[in-house]
Design a protein around this ligand. Structure first.
Ligand code: ADP
Ligand code: MG
Length: 939
């Protein structure tokens, strides 16, 4: 028990022997295990409050505020706030200097609101507010420049944007007609415009708890949690007050209309009640109703039950009634009544005065406990009520007040611990370091409250280190901060949008790319035109896709991907089985002589055959060779150019199959029968075609990008014959090398291109494939840092290193949940000092780049499928694309975006995508197998 309420002081011996008092104190003390359970329940209630389907029944409402960032100290300018309080309108002008928000200048004016307005026409209410604004601005002689305004509107609203909120229902004495169900921001803006104040723009509407959080952000570390414990104090006396800098003249303070609450920055994708998925959003927990489902029943005391019965909402707001400053006096009053009835207090004198609701105020309870030797205060407080306490009564009452307040503090702390643990968990962190803004009369000036908060958090959420910061200047300044942040974000958003606009392709752009691709395809196929086409449309001499009857045992080579591999492939009725071995090709060999390269390949084959015990077999061999080749036959292919870091001499213009055969002869390897040379796109199509006969397209999106498809022989001007079909290796990576895509290249694309080993070449590929996307992103990030949109204008020196930003980072960053430790790892590896907002923006950049890649890929494919459909004279084509490549397979959005765009661009084609499993290896064997099937075994 002593652990449970750390600040509950040990009883003095005189008190110990009063068992009634002891019992009361015990009832008000919650054991630590029970607090642990309660914290778990609170977390569960929070999750329910955020869940799409559980939200409506949740006790903890978790209201989204649409506030998606905290101040970073660069906020600057004049901001107006208008706040609707109980029966007043507060206006406030805050000037920020972009100096870390250290010393904002503030001017207040408060107006009393006539009663009839609170219950009159809605229009009259908003006209009145506009009139207050107008008068305030006239008096403060502010300029007529654009003035952003925040609107503090503490009523239950259905908010859908920062500046859009429908009033659900009035409360707190308000009942203006024709407002419920309407957007109150719009109503206020119209009223303001009527007064010719159209330079005043309502940019943010907020409830009243978020201000505290917004005022506590310090330069280094943002404040991401706020706790309001009881009423906040705010200047509410009608008249003028100027607060500025250090020489602050404080206005008289009166309690504002604030309850007990907590808000924090939640991961936006967990807030299922909004569309927002990126970044964070401030959530107003509205935790006062926690326990309304009975979950707190076992800790409710008889005193709590009395308070509840006497309240205007019996059975509701159970948590609020244990912690709220409206209720602490009441709880104490009922303890005193009960103890007096048991003769443990005020023996002999009448306590009837205590029967009146509200006679003991929470601030009196706080006064009683706040004074070290507060017996005198206790005595005078009780006497003022008309009681006749003796010395012992006074110390017992003091003890009881402490217990009531300690319990409230412990419950606040438990709720806060739940919030902190939830943040730590959902941000995937081992330890959460966070600033917590605290306000409210329970906190202000009560070290005991702070001690309890600190020690309970340590016990219940040991993984969180919370620094408590007192909020200054109340909610008005916070509202100005919300407004200022909204304005900063909006300006930033505009600049970002401008910078990214050239990368964003609309439907018409894509239709045009599709048409250009189609045009280049025709050129590439034409006998006369093909030499000048950027899309080379190379014949492959593969004229049949598998029909599933293929059988046999084959060798396969895969050269040109990330690895060089040798495989043995068994094609049987039951399916395909393979064994393979990866071999390294040293750079010296890649860039040495052709003879050395092919000798090395033969060595690897021999090694493999020995390992697989295949030396005595002569197996047909399929060779996946992923470089552009002018194919003359299935087993005759002239290398057009090396790519991907290969440059072995004496190969370009030669027949690659012949080079392999000559090497075999040099090495006296007689048992080698090269049947076919295939591109990796063709291999991919063939391996998927074995499973699905409708697979007549192959697509690669890995290091590079390319596609192949089955074209009608009559359209292939570069090969004799009109019968049947042939697979065409498009080599579409070079699309645009003739300048036809220049209009879609951005400055970033041009820089990336210039820094490659083949500038001006493979221009389409450089917009799409894994080798380049990271580079494009890197250049955009540098441009953004240059405009001070990112990293406070200071990117790490590392970010200037070519290829340091890997394309796989895009995959990680674009996944939901930016707080994932992998993302922190990336930022750390790049030595980037990125704020959370920076990482949200980085995500947008990555998304823009990968989406464009997927859309362009879709435009290319749309040209292909539409051509196939027309070739075959079909209204509707149903076709399968075999796909390979790590970018396609591992990126979280690429494939989805590709398919969606393709449906949009080629609505008459039903295209199924089939990821290939080891297309290069299996595919080469299948090409060999099909060749053997067509020509007959033994050939
Ligand atoms: P290749 O195209 O050389 O046969 P892959 O299909 O495996 O090989 O593609 C490798 C490329 O995929 C790498 O260059 C890299 O850019 C990209 N990549 C690797 N991992 C990922 C990932 N997780 N997400 C997106 N792209 C990736
Ligand atoms: Mg590959």
């Amino acid at each position: 028990l002593p652990q449970a309420s750390p600040a509950l002081r040990p009883c003095t011996p005189g008190l110990m022997n009063c068992h009634q008092v002891q019992r009361a104190l015990r009832a008000l003390t919650i054991p630590l295990e029970r607090l642990h359970i309660m914290k778990g329940h609170m977390m569960q209630a929070m999750r329910r409050g955020l869940g799409r389907y559980t939200h409506s029944q949740a006790t903890v409402k978790m209201l989204p505020t649409y506030i998606c960032a905290t101040p970073d100290g660069t906020e600057k300018g004049d901001f107006l706030v208008v706040e609707l309080c109980q029966s007043q309108v507060r206006t406030l002008l805050v000037t920020l200097f972009g100096d870390g928000n250290l010393s904002p200048q503030m001017m207040y004016k408060t107006f009393d609101m006539p009663e009839d307005i609170m219950r009159g026409e809605g229009e009259a209410l908003f006209d009145f507010i506009a009139q207050c604004v107008s008068q305030f601005l006239a008096d403060s002689s502010s300029s007529l420049e654009h003035l952003p305004m925040g609107f503090v509107f503490p009523f239950s609203c259905r908010q859908t944007q920062l500046n859009k909120a429908e009033l659900i229902s009035w409360s707190k004495g308000f009942s203006c007609r024709d407002v419920e169900g309407k957007d109150v921001v719009q109503l206020l803006q119209s009223a303001i415009n009527k007064r010719e104040l159209s330079h005043v723009e309502v940019v943010a509407l907020m409830n009243d708890t978020v201000g505290t959080m917004m005022t506590c952000s310090t330069e280094g570390r943002p404040c991401e949690v706020a706790l309001v414990a009881g009423e906040q104090w705010a200047p509410r006396v009608p008249g003028w007050w100027v607060l500025g800098g250090l020489s602050r003249c404080s206005p008289p303070l009166l309690p504002a209309d604030k309850g007990s609450n907590c808000c924090f920055m939640a991961e936006a994708h967990l807030v299922e009640t909004t569309e927002e998925t990126s970044g964070r959003m401030c959530i107003n927990t509205e935790w006062g109703r926690f326990g309304d489902d009975g979950i707190l029943n076992d800790i409710l005391t008889p005193y709590d039950e009395c308070v509840d019965e006497e309240s205007s909402s019996p059975g509701e707001k159970r948590f609020e009634k244990m912690v709220g400053s409206l209720y602490l006096g009441e709880i104490t009053r009922h303890v005193l009544i009960a103890l007096a009835a048991e003769k443990a207090l005020f023996a002999g004198s009448s306590v009837d005065v205590l029967k009146e609701k509200g006679v003991l105020k929470t601030h009196q309870v706080l006064e009683i406990i706040n004074v070290e030797e507060g017996i005198a205060v206790t005595k005078s407080t009780l006497e003022a009520l008309g009681l006749e306490p003796n010395e012992r009564d006074c110390s017992r009452v003091q003890q009881i007040c402490r217990a009531v307040v300690s319990r409230a503090a412990t419950l606040y702390a438990t709720g806060l611990a739940a919030v902190l643990s939830y943040m730590c968990q959902t941000r995937d962190m081992d330890q959460l370091l966070v600033n917590v803004g605290v306000d409210g009369e329970l906190y202000q000036g009560h070290t005991r409250f702070e001690e309890i908060l600190q020690s309970v958090i340590k016990l219940l959420a040991p993984e969180c280190v919370a620094t408590l910061l007192p909020s200054t200047d109340g909610s008005g300044r916070g509202a100005a901060m919300v407004t200022a942040v909204a304005v900063r974000l909006e300006a930033q958003r505009r600049e970002v949008a401008e910078l990214l606009a050239p990368l964003r392709l609309n439907h018409d752009d894509l239709v045009q790319v599709q048409a250009l691709m189609r045009q280049e395809m025709e050129l590439g196929l034409g006998q006369e035109t093909h030499a000048s086409a950027s899309v080379r449309m190379l014949p492959t001499y593969v004229c049949h896709t598998p029909d599933g009857t293929e059988q046999g045992e084959f060798l396969a080579l895969d050269l040109g991907g990330t690895n060089f591999r040798v495989l043995v492939v068994h094609v049987r009725e039951e399916g395909i089985h393979m064994a393979s071995e990866i071999y390294v090709i040293p750079t010296a060999i890649m860039q040495g002589t052709g003879e050395a390269l092919f000798d090395h390949i033969i060595d690897c084959i021999v090694d493999f055959q020995k390992k697989q015990d295949l030396m005595t077999h002569t197996l047909p061999l399929g060779f996946t060779f992923s470089f552009p080749c002018q194919q003359v036959g299935l087993d005759k292919a002239l290398l057009l150019t090396w790519t991907k870091g290969f440059s072995a001499s004496g190969c370009v213009g030669e027949d690659v199959v012949q080079l392999l055969r000559e090497a075999a002869e040099r090495k006296h390897h007689a048992g080698l029968k090269v049947v076919a040379l295939v591109n990796d796109t063709v291999g991919t199509m063939m391996s998927c075609g074995y499973e699905d006969p409708k697979c007549e397209i192959g697509l690669i999106v890995g290091t590079g990008t390319n596609a192949c498809y089955m074209e009608e022989m009559r359209n292939v001007g570069t090969v004799e014959g009109d019968e049947g079909r042939m697979c065409i290796n498009m080599e579409w990576g070079a699309f645009g090398d003739n300048g036809c895509l220049d209009h879609i290249f951005t400055s970033f694309d041009r820089v990336v291109d210039e820094q490659t080993i083949n500038p001006g070449k493979q221009r389409f590929e450089k917009l799409i494939s894994g080798m380049y996307l990271g580079e494009i992103v890197r250049h955009i990030l540098l441009a953004m840092a240059d405009k001070e949109l990112l990293f406070h204008g200071n990117p790490s020196p590392k970010l200037y290193t070519k290829d340091i930003f890997k394309t796989k980072f895009l995959s990680t960053i674009e996944l939901n949940g930016l707080a994932l430790r992998q993302i922190r790892q990336i930022l750390q590896d790049l030595e980037l000092n990125a704020s959370f907002e920076d990482s949200v923006l980085m995500r947008e950049v990555c998304h823009t780049v990968s989406m464009r890649a997927a859309q362009l890929c879709a435009a290319g494919l749309a040209a292909v499928v539409e051509k196939m459909r027309e070739n075959r004279g079909l209204d509707q084509l149903s076709v399968t694309v075999g796909v390979d490549g790590t970018l396609y397979k591992l990126h979280p959005n690429f494939s989805h975006c590709l398919q969606r765009t393709l449906r949009d661009l080629a609505p008459n084609c039903t295209v199924t995508f089939m990821p290939s499993e080891d297309g290069s290896g299996k595919g080469a064997a299948l090409v060999a197998a099909v060749a053997c099937r067509i020509t007959g075994p033994g050939q």
